[in-house]
Design a protein around this ligand. Structure first.
Ligand code: NDP
Length: 335
C-alpha cells in the first residue's frame, strides 16, 4: 500500500464522542478517512451526509448494518455506542469482514470481551480499543519514565479520574447500559495509568464505595469509588473515580524522584512535570493520532501491538469487575 491509500472508517453511533471528537479528528488523519456512518437517527444521517460528503450507499442504520460486508469503501468499523452495545456491534462488524476499533470499556463483562476477541480472530480481522492515550506524547513520556525507571523504581502511584455528571437521564447512569458508574466510564483511565507507569499487572485489589449524595441520580450506579492495587514487589496504587466532582491526576513517586500528569486523561493538552522540571511534549489531536497509528499498522498488514488490542481491553474489564467485587464484599480480591 502506498502513502496515498487511506482506510475508510465507518462510525457506529453518532453521539457526543463521534460528533465532537472522532469526526473532526478524521478530517486531520493521514492513514484513514470518514467513509461511512451507522445511526439510528435519520436526521443525523442527513446532516452528516451533507457536512462530510458521505454518499448515501455508505449510510446504514442498526438493521441494515450487516450489509456493510458488501461495501468496499469501508475497511474499519469504529463502534462508539453505549457500553452494553459494544459486544454485539463488534461481533457483527467482524462477521462482516471488517477490522474493528471499539470504544472503552471494551465491554461490561469479561465473557463478552472474549467473545469479541474470538469473533475478530475467527474472521481474521484485528480488534483495537479506543485507548487514545496510548499514542499521546505526554502519556508515552510517563510510560517511559516509569517503565525505564528513569527516577528509579516506581513505588507509589496516585491515579484518579472523575467529573461532575450532568443530565440525570443519560445512559451513563443506567446500570444495564453503562455496566456501572464512573469506574466504567473514567475510572478505567486510572486503572490504565497505574498499569502503564509501573509496567506491572496488579496481584490483588481492595476497594470501597464512596458516599451517595444524590440517591435519585445514583440509584443504579456508584457515585464515587476508591480502590488500591497491590503490584508485585510492594508497589501500590491508590485511586478515586467519581461522578460527584472533578479529579484528574496521575502521580508516581519513585525511589529517586517523582513525575506527574495533571490533567492526565482528558482530550488535552495534557500537562506534566517531574522532580527535575516540566515535561515538554508536542500537543497532538488525540483522536486523529490514535486512529492514524492504528490504521498505519492495518495498512501495512502488520499486527497491532498488544497494548492497543482487545486483550488489553479485556484486562481492564476483568480488573473493573474485581474492583466491584472487592467493594461489595469488603474483602481483598486476588487477581
Ligand atoms: P452518547 O450518548 O453521546 O452517544 C451514544 C450514541 O449511541 C447515541 O447518540 C446514538 O447514536 C447511539 N445509540 C444507539 N442506541 C442507543 C441507546 N439505546 N441509548 C443511547 N444511545 C444509543 O455517548 P458518547 O458518545 O459519549 O459515548 C459512546 C461511547 O464512547 C461509550 O462507550 C464511551 O465510553 C465512549 N467514549 C470514549 C471517550 C474516549 O475518550 N475514548 C470519550 C467519550 C466517550 P445514533 O443516534 O447515531 O444512533
Amino acid at each position: 500500500f502506498g502513502q496515498d491509500r487511506k482506510l475508510g472508517i465507518a462510525l457506529v453511533g453518532l453521539g457526543s464522542y463521534a460528533t465532537n471528537q472522532l469526526a473532526p479528528g478524521l478530517q486531520q488523519t493521514q492513514y484513514c478517512r470518514l467513509a461511512g456512518i451507522v445511526t439510528g437517527t435519520p436526521a443525523k444521517a442527513e446532516q452528516w451526509m451533507q457536512k462530510y460528503n458521505i454518499p448515501k450507499q455508505n449510510v446504514y442504520d442498526y438493521k441494515t448494518f450487516d450489509r456493510i460486508a458488501d461495501n468496499r469503501d469501508i475497511d474499519v468499523v469504529y463502534v462508539v455506542l453505549p457500553n452494553s452495545m459494544h459486544a454485539e456491534y463488534v461481533i457483527r462488524a467482524a462477521q462482516a469482514g471488517k477490522h474493528v476499533i471499539c470504544e472503552k470499556p471494551l465491554a461490561i463483562m469479561p465473557k463478552e470481551c472474549q467473545d469479541m476477541i474470538d469473533a475478530c480472530k475467527k474472521a481474521n480481522r484485528q480488534l483495537a480499543v479506543g485507548y487514545r492515550l496510548h499514542y499521546e506524547p505526554f502519556t508515552r513520556e510517563v510510560m517511559r519514565l516509569g517503565q525505564e525507571k528513569v527516577f528509579g523504581k516506581v513505588k507509589f502511584v496516585e491515579a484518579s479520574d472523575g467529573f461532575r455528571i450532568g443530565d440525570p437521564t443519560q445512559w451513563r447512569l443506567k446500570k444495564a447500559m453503562a455496566g456501572g458508574g464512573p469506574l466504567m466510564d473514567v475510572g478505567i483511565y486510572a486503572i490504565q495509568g497505574a498499569r502503564y507507569v509501573t509496567g506491572l499487572e496488579p496481584v490483588s485489589v481492595t476497594a470501597q464505595f464512596g458516599p451517595k449524595t444524590d440517591l435519585q441520580k445514583f440509584k443504579e450506579v456508584e457515585e464515587t469509588l476508591f480502590w488500591q492495587f497491590q503490584f508485585p514487589g510492594g508497589v501500590v496504587s491508590n485511586s478515586t473515580t467519581s461522578y460527584a466532582a472533578g479529579v484528574e491526576r496521575l502521580y508516581a513517586s519513585c525511589e529517586n524522584g517523582w513525575f506527574e500528569l495533571s490533567p492526565a486523561f482528558g482530550y488535552g493538552p495534557l500537562k506534566g512535570r517531574t522532580s527535575k522540571g516540566p515535561i515538554e511534549q508536542p500537543i497532538v489531536h488525540h483522536q486523529a493520532n490514535h486512529m492514524d497509528n492504528i490504521c498505519k499498522v492495518l495498512l501495512n498488514n502488520e499486527t497491532l501491538p498488544d497494548h492497543i488490542t482487545g486483550q488489553e481491553g479485556l484486562r481492564d474489564v476483568r480488573l473493573m469487575q474485581a474492583i466491584y467485587q472487592a467493594a461489595e464484599t469488603g474483602r481483598r480480591i486476588d487477581l
